[in-house]
Design a protein around this ligand. Structure first.
Ligand SMILES: *Cc1c(COP(=O)(O)O)cnc(C)c1O
Length: 349
């Protein structure tokens, strides 16, 4: 099936005759871990939903196919968003496919290089602000009220509609419902979307129970955990470097209705998980994505999980988006002259 709208149309606000803009997003793998699971806790079942394999390399594509298709249906000529990087990459790609103009506002110097290259390559007008994501979002909300331009941040309800399809896919792939679903939390649109998706699948009888939602913010950008707006959020996980989440209330509702939790993890814990996922499972995700696994490691140490629990962690974006973070923690490659003896010396065999 090409894309999430065709696959899950009955759950989406798309008219049958509307033109669909898709890049064949969705249908990403749900990977059962082995070595990572053994490292964390042999008594649990741990899966990774690898959203980095979407067309632009993050889950944002699920929401963007719906948001851009609706923008076209409504006669819009241009879209605008504030972004920590992946929303701009996705908006630029889908706008290109749909023939719309895209404007993206990003915090200067705080987005991963791969994401910036995507937005520029797809022809978006990229505006760097000497400010953070929260300030950029405020401006975008203002501007979209003053000009005929569609805002495609997750405040746009069609984004949430598209993103909820990841929850459907997980249930379809697993053939059941996980005990826990773990996500990184930034602007909190995704945790809101997954919870909506799980609830809708239950109300139509496709599943009979609901997972507990567990979300993780970075310690330096944890407004929900701390119960107050963070004016100057800071974390290596730039995709969740947000101090005043737009879907704050909805994230708390997902946590409370499901009986889950929203907690925080340190940059050190995020980087550790980022490396473990790559080295134990062969999966390269970006730092923010690893917050979902870092959180599971943290809660596991506190005895949060029971034997037999199944946990799905969403890996929200692809590691190649941010090669600088990967290289920074991996050290220098070994440099040698082109001689067999020198190579044999370093093989620990
Ligand atoms: C956008 C994004 C997040 C945060 O998602 P929210 O919906 O803002 O909570 C996490 N990880 C990656 C890679 C992202 O692009």
């Amino acid at each position: 099936m090409e894309g999430i709208i065709k696959k899950y149309r009955e759950f989406l606000p798309i008219k049958d005759d509307s033109k669909i803009i898709t890049l064949n997003e969705g249908n990403t793998p749900l990977i059962r871990t082995s070595r990572l699971r053994d490292y964390i806790n042999r008594g649990i079942d741990l899966y990774l939903k690898y959203e980095g394999l979407n067309p632009s390399g993050s889950f944002k594509d699920r929401g963007m196919t719906v948001a851009i298709s609706k923008a076209l249906e409504e006669g819009s000529k241009a879209v605008i968003c504030a972004s920590t990087g992946n929303t701009s990459a996705s908006a630029a790609a889908y706008a290109a496919k749909g023939g719309l103009k895209a404007y993206v506002l990003i915090p200067k110097g705080k987005i991963a290089l791969g994401k910036l290259s995507q937005a520029m390559m797809h022809g978006a007008v990229v505006i760097q602000l000497d400010g953070n994501f929260d300030e950029a979002l405020k401006i975008v909300r203002d501007v979209s009220g003053k000009r005929p331009i569609t805002m495609v941040n997750s405040l746009n309800p069609y984004r949430i509609e598209g993103q909820k399809t990841a929850a459907f896919e997980i249930c379809d792939q697993l053939g059941s419902v996980p005990t826990f679903h773990s996500l990184p939390v930034g602007n909190a649109g995704n945790i809101t979307a997954y919870w909506k998706g799980f609830k809708e699948y239950k109300s139509c009888g496709r599943i009979s129970s609901l997972p507990k939602m567990i979300g993780f913010q970075a310690e330096g950008a944890a407004p929900i955990v701390r119960g107050k707006i963070i004016k100057a959020p800071e974390t290596v996980a730039t995709a969740i470097r947000i101090g005043n989440p737009a879907s704050w209330k909805q994230a708390e509702a997902a946590r409370d209705e499901s009986g889950g939790t929203i907690d925080m993890v340190s940059d050190e814990e995020i980087i550790n998980a980022y490396q473990l996922i790559a080295r134990y499972e062969g999966i390269f995700c970006e730092p923010a994505s690893a917050a979902s696994v870092a959180g599971v490691i943290k809660l596991n140490k506190e005895g949060y999980f029971k034997k037999g629990d199944s946990i799905v962690c969403t890996l929200t974006g692809h590691g190649l988006k941010d090669p600088e973070s990967a290289i920074k923690i991996s050290g220098e490659p070994i440099t040698l002259p082109p001689e067999v003896d020198k190579i044999l010396e370093i093989l620990e065999l």
